[in-house]
Design a protein around this ligand. Structure first.
Ligand code: ATP
Ligand code: MG
Length: 722
């Protein structure tokens, strides 16, 4: 059957080849990062197609992100030497399941045109149900219920199947509310995200004919990133594969990073039980990374207890050690990484020039992106954000910016329309229409129109009162901008506060709310780099402008979660500080579960790098204008010293880089920028003359210790320098 000598088989090692050619029966490929799991999986699909064993629609292939699905199609096309037609069932779990559910919606009481609710709608609905049940939603917030119900759905538990042990959930009303919620969704002809899988599992369990139809249809099943499947996804797969058992799953227990969303590493162990006699493939050669990078990653992950354990080796050339550098603060870190990227792009230290699209910055939390986006815009370095909106495109940032724009320029009608009822102040469509009409007939801006509406009492009670408050506030803020009474940073905080916008997100119980508040803090932090609000607004409009230029090579910025499965020649891993990475939440948790998941995330991060991996941390982060000192991440201490080179930030020891052989001088663009403003110079001088920094340096030198371990043993006296 196998057409030997096919080009796509030549590039595989014997273990991979075996996995590719073992087409029938269960196959489990369990192997570390970069060992060619995804390559084997795509080769397997190619093999199925090229040998005529299966037609495109007979193959079900699931991955975790749309990007991964797209990439897989491209890879298969490349291997086949022609574009792949169809492959209608290659996609993410949710995309594939939603497609199935549309065909069988009536079996779970839905119509095929059901809507998929977003988190906001979902929470709003739950809130109504909680209130209707006479429960105090302050004590028992909808977000909490949503978490509980999602957890059940991830385990494929319909309300009638929730175990008795869970009956105490949500003040003993959890299950009843879950039942009510599902009924309400059905009335609305809607599903939430978790339902998509849950409904399909239910349909397969209750309608054998439907299940059999799909079992005949999907003759071959393939799953990438298997370690991140939850129970519902696993059940769905197991049902589909039950008759022919032609299922091939590939994964790495060390890269399981979605435990917080219900993923169960136990699915890997379960596989061998459910599919006895499975052909288990272990791959040990890593083809992606240099020995230093691999050793660093292995060193970190070795600290985890709950592992299946495996060894990895690489024949890649030795290359550079993993580089570690501490910075004074986050801005400095962004500045340094920007310079490094430019240096790499030009080709330094005898290295070949590295294209921008071969470099990536992987962050733990999306608010970290802001400093990089700002810096890169300033030095004109093209970048793209993968897997989410760019910082200044986010909803809360746009809202906040609209307030700032109005404070600077009350004629900004678009900004006014955006915020007039955000947060909700009872000024709905009708009120807005009245304002617009009044403004138009008087030939004035909306703010002026609103003032006339207030004066003429053209609105009813509450609306009128709220509008008056808003107009007064806008006047006050604008007055302050003109008078330059407060610093623009204080003013910005005040605006977000007085407008009720910060409070609005503080009271919001959706899972996104804490992240949005972080972003707002980050926005205020960004302001500190500018003389005034006006200058800042100009900067941001430039960023938005920059966005239209889609061509050309760009540096990628993304979260560690979004980077799963990807690889880049040069990777920067900033923000390795306790509280940021590992996250504060994982550190506060009792037990090591959360911490171990963070450590796996660190492993994912390091193993994305092919040739150059640079880890960095900042000794201080500014939050709301206050310095907060931070300790280097505990993961830094777990890096094996032999494979790490500690760099010294420029400015110490008379500039340049302390570590041997490093001489990344500032780019021409940077030469003009660095220290160009007095404040910046003074700040720099202060930093490197600061007692804390010097103490840290001398102690780490004296004791021959790395800076980070030393920093963990002492506190930097930030007050002395700020
Ligand atoms: P991850 O766990 O990060 O998802 P992976 O195991 O899926 O990694 P791949 O992305 O498939 O690994 O492969 C990593 C790199 O190694 C890719 O650039 C791939 O082309 C290359 N590679 C895989 N197998 C081989 C091989 N047998 N010979 C040469 N290169 C290979
Ligand atoms: Mg992969």
């Amino acid at each position: 059957m196998a057409r030997t000598g096919a080009a796509y088989l030549d590039g595989l090692n014997p273990a991979q080849r075996k996995a590719v050619e073992t087409l029938n029966g269960p196959v489990l490929m369990l192997a570390g990062a970069g060992t060619g799991k995804t390559k084997a999986l795509t080769s397997r699909i190619t093999h199925l197609l090229a040998t005529g064993t299966a037609r495109p629609h007979e193959i079900l292939a699931v991955t975790f992100t749309n990007k991964a699905a797209r990439e897989m199609k491209v890879r298969i096309g490349g291997l086949m030497g022609e574009a792949v037609e169809g492959m209608p069932w290659l996609g993410t779990f949710h995309a594939v399941c939603a497609k199935q559910l549309r065909r069988h919606a009536e079996l779970v009481g839905l119509k095929s045109n059901f809507t998929i609710l977003d988190t906001d709608d979902q929470i709003r609905l739950m809130k109504q149900l909680i209130q209707a049940a006479g429960i105090d939603d302050k004590r028992w917030p909808a977000r909490m219920l949503s978490g509980i119900i999602d957890g059940w759905k991830n385990k494929a538990l319909t309300p009638d199947k929730v175990p008795v042990a869970d009956s105490g959930a949500f003040d003993h009303k959890g299950i009843a509310l879950y039942t009510a919620y599902q009924a309400r969704l059905r009335d609305l002809n809607a599903v939430d995200f978790g339902d998509i899988l849950l409904h399909m599992v239910t349909i397969f369990q209750n309608h054998d004919d439907v299940l059999q139809q799909y079992q005949r249809w999907f003759r071959y099943i393939l799953v990438d990133e298997y370690q991140d499947t939850n129970v519902a996804q696993y059940m769905w797969l197991r049902l589909l594969a039950a008759s022919h058992k032609n299922i091939c799953c590939v994964g790495d227990d060390d890269q399981s990073i979605y435990g917080w969303r219900g993923a169960e590493v136990g699915n890997i162990l379960r596989f061998e039980k459910d599919f006895p006699g499975a052909h288990v493939v272990r791959l040990e050669e890593n083809y992606r990374s240099t020995p230093h990078i691999l050793a660093a990653a292995s060193g970190v992950i070795a600290a985890n207890k709950g592992r299946l354990g495996k060894t990895l080796f690489t024949s890649c050339k030795e290359g550079e050690k993993v580089r570690l550098i501490g910075h004074w603060d986050g801005e400095e870190e962004a500045r340094w990484i920007g310079e490094e990227i430019e240096a790499l792009q030009r080709g330094t230290r005898g290295l070949d020039p590295v294209g921008l699209d071969k470099m990536a910055i992987l962050v733990r939390a999306s608010h970290q992106m802001r400093a990089f986006e700002d810096r890169f815009l300033t030095i004109g370095l093209p970048y793209r954000v993968i897997g989410g909106p760019r910082f200044y495109e986010r909803l809360e940032i746009r809202d906040a910016m609209a307030y700032f724009r109005l404070a600077v320029s009350p004629e900004d009608d678009l900004a006014f329309e955006r915020i007039v009822n955000t947060p909700k102040r009872g000024l709905g469509d009708k009120a807005v229409q009245t304002i617009q009409r009044t403004a138009r007939s008087n030939g004035v801006s909306l703010v002026e129109g609103a003032r006339l509406v207030c004066q003429g009492k053209l609105l009813g009670g509450k609306g009128l009162k709220e509008l008056t408050i808003l107009v007064d506030a806008l006047d006050r803020w604008h007055g302050q901008v003109r008078a330059e009474a407060d610093t623009h940073v204080e003013l910005a905080e005040m605006i977000l506060d007085e407008s009720g916008y910060t409070g609005f997100w503080q009271n919001d119980k959706t899972p996104e709310a804490p992240g949005r508040l972080e972003n707002l803090k980050e926005l205020v932090k960004a302001l500190e780099n500018f003389e005034n609000l006006q200058g800042f607004l100009e900067h941001v409009s430039l960023i938005m402008d920059n966005e239209t230029d889609e061509q050309g090579e760009k540096v990628s910025i993304m979260t560690l979660h979004a980077a799963k499965g990807l690889e880049f020649p040069a990777v920067f891993l900033p923000g390795w500080e306790d509280g940021l990475f590992p996250s504060q939440r994982s550190m506060d948790e009792s037990g090591v579960k959360g911490l171990e998941e963070e450590r796996r995330l660190a492993y994912v991060g390091i193993t994305r790098a092919e040739e150059l991996c640079t880890i960095s941390f900042a000794a201080n982060r500014r939050v709301y204008g206050q310095w907060q000192s931070s300790m280097p991440s505990r993961f830094i201490d777990e890096l094996p010293q032999d494979h790490v080179e500690v760099l010294t930030p420029p400015g110490l020891y008379g500039g340049g880089y302390g570590a041997a052989g490093m001489s990344a001088s500032a780019s021409p663009a940077m030469a003009g920028m660095a220290g160009s403003n007095l404040h910046e110079k003074a700040h720099k001088a202060d930093v490197y003359n600061s007692p804390g920094w010097r103490r840290l340096q001398s102690r780490s030198q004296q004791r021959g210790m790395s800076m980070p371990s030393e920093a963990r043993n002492m506190t930097i006296d930030v007050d002395a320098v700020s």
